[in-house]
Design a protein around this ligand. Structure first.
Ligand SMILES: Nc1ncnc2c1ncn2[C@@H]1O[C@H](COP(=O)(O)OP(=O)(O)OP(=O)(O)O)[C@@H](O)[C@H]1O
Ligand SMILES: [Mg+2]
Length: 296
């Protein structure tokens, strides 16, 4: 089922185009990362799809329009009320439950999933930053939403806190819910998400499964006059994972330690001289890292 369809969504602040003509499709069960450097329009996008911000143009559709009040089926940290410092986790969640008008008091299950069950009776004011963040995630789970939206949930946490929050998010996703996560950290999206949209300056750069976009193998294109001999050599090479024919050249997915120079030399030894040889390396990842480094 399609959980969220975004069509040509745009918003500008004066002359700054925060989001421009964004198109996205999010399917049930995906952990969808919206990845982009600071100021790329992630928070603005989340604000629009949760009805907090008005868009200038374009549209979005939740759950294929099958629910009258779709926002009731979405949990987001954007709308989390401030917690009361002198109340414990259970008491704070009870207040959240009242605000949301939720029936189910499954706090045991919720606090277990965010790993706060042992500290449920401690006051909020005694929590570490990571624990506070996990209680915020717990609050999004009240009312059993189908979709959870998080904006940079690991910001400001130490490595242990980051690891705990990431584990919590993957556990939540394993329960079958759809998760939408905005992040500027490539590694985080790579570790947690199944799908990703990369944006910069409010524009979509690429979308797809994380495997196809971020971790794509290094590939080599090669052609030679003696095609059959070349193909035999390619298929017999243990550092080449796959070989396919694309027009006049072969496309090979190769391992990280594959050396093109070594290949040229080996082919020369058996009288095969490439007429075409191109190496393509994790293009988007490099491009994304460049964007990030420019932004900082
Ligand atoms: N209320 C506002 N008034 C004016 N400009 C804004 C406002 N909110 C956002 N912007 C601008 O819109 C652009 C996108 O901002 P947004 O907060 O959506 O980016 P982001 O990807 O969430 O960034 P970050 O990683 O820093 O959270 C930025 O150029 C920002 O300065
Ligand atoms: Mg933001």
């Amino acid at each position: 089922m399609n959980v969220l369809q975004i069509k040509d969504l745009s918003k500008a602040y004066g002359h700054i185009k925060a989001v421009s003509n964004l198109n996205l499709n999010i399917e049930a069960g995906q952990i969808y990362g919206i990845l982009g450097p600071n100021g790329s329009g992630k928070t603005t996008t989340l604000g629009m799809i949760t009805g907090i911000l008005q868009s200038d143009s374009g549209s979005y559709t939740w759950f294929e329009n099958q629910h009258q009040n779709p926002l009731k089926r979405i949990g987001t940290i954007l709308e989390t009320p401030n917690f009361f410092p002198y109340l414990n986790a259970d008491e704070n969640l009870e207040i959240v439950r009242h605000i949301k008008g939720a029936e189910n008091k499954n706090f045991d299950e919720i606090l277990t999933s965010v790993n706060l069950i042992n500290r449920r009776k401690s006051k909020f004011s005694s929590y570490s930053l990571g624990m506070k963040q996990r209680l915020a995630i717990a609050a999004t789970l009240v009312g059993d939403p189908d979709v959870l939206i998080f904006d940079e949930p690991t910001n400001g946490l130490d490595p242990q806190g980051i690891a705990d929050v990431r584990k919590t998010l993957t556990d939540i996703a394993a329960s079958g819910r759809t998760v939408i996560l905005a992040s500027h950290i490539l590694d985080e999206v790579e570790k947690i998400c199944t799908h990703v949209a990369i944006i910069k300056y409010g524009e979509l750069l690429a979308t797809g499964s994380v495997g196809s976009i971020l971790s794509s193998d290094k590939t080599v294109e090669v052609a030679a006059t003696n095609e059959a001999a070349l193909e035999n050599w390619l298929r017999a090479n243990p550092k080449i994972n796959s070989v396919s024919k694309d027009g006049f050249f072969f496309t090979c997915m190769v391992q990280e330690d594959f050396e093109v120079e070594e290949m040229s030399r080996a082919l020369g030894h058996i009288q095969i001289f490439p007429t075409h040889l191109v190496v393509k390396k994790k293009k988007l990842e490099e491009e994304f890292l460049q964007i990030i480094s420019k932004a900082n």
